[in-house]
Design a protein around this ligand. Sequence first.
Ligand code: B4P
Length: 192
Amino acid sequence: MLNIVLFGPPGAGKGTQSELLIKKYNLVHLSTGELLRSEIADGTELGKKAKTLMDQGLLVPDEVVVSMIESRIDKSGNVEGFIFDGFPRTEAQAEALDELLASRGLSITCMLALEVDNEELVKRLLNRGKESGRADDKNEEVIRSRIREYEDKTSVLVEYYKKQSKYFPVDGIGSIEQIFSNLSSQIDAMVN
Ligand code: B4P
């Protein structure tokens, strides 16, 4: 199985590239951001609590996202692999993911990390905010809080996956096609 952690700060292109990678490699896309937004759209209790945090650019509690991911993995049946998009975002989430995969005889193949500078991230997200209606993309302060959350709690995961020799950085600046081609080359080099 090919199990990829697609990593990067908010706006790095994780969602964009995931859409392309799942088609090429026949993978299941697990995006915690999308799962949370669908809970919000359905007006669930979980969604209401998550919205308050997401609107401030803060992470939602680890146990919430871990149990969402666990139930999606178990519902997926026999698949060729998963792309974890926007998950894990803390060391506790990374440990929980390793444990829950190991208990099913699975493991992470690699972490592909999209590298983009902060000013480009802010520009992309404000742009998306104009079109998508996403509350957390509309306000520059909220976007900068999300980047701070990433720097404080998420960026440490580079070390976590480096220790496992699973960390592969990829330049996230350039055309979507070029970045997709670079990600694909990394994956092909690993599976062949
Ligand atoms: P997410 O939904 O994961 O959103 P994101 O990281 O902001 O966006 P993503 O990275 O997917 O967007 P993309 O770059 O593709 O998270 C939202 C919130 O949910 C978090 O802030 C947090 O509160 C909560 N959450 C989610 N997961 C969590 C977890 N595990 N634990 C705790 N809380 C969690 O796209 C950005 C824009 O860039 C798009 O407009 C796109 O068109 C553009 N773009 C992409 N590639 C480009 C390129 N090469 N050049 C120019 N523009 C590009």
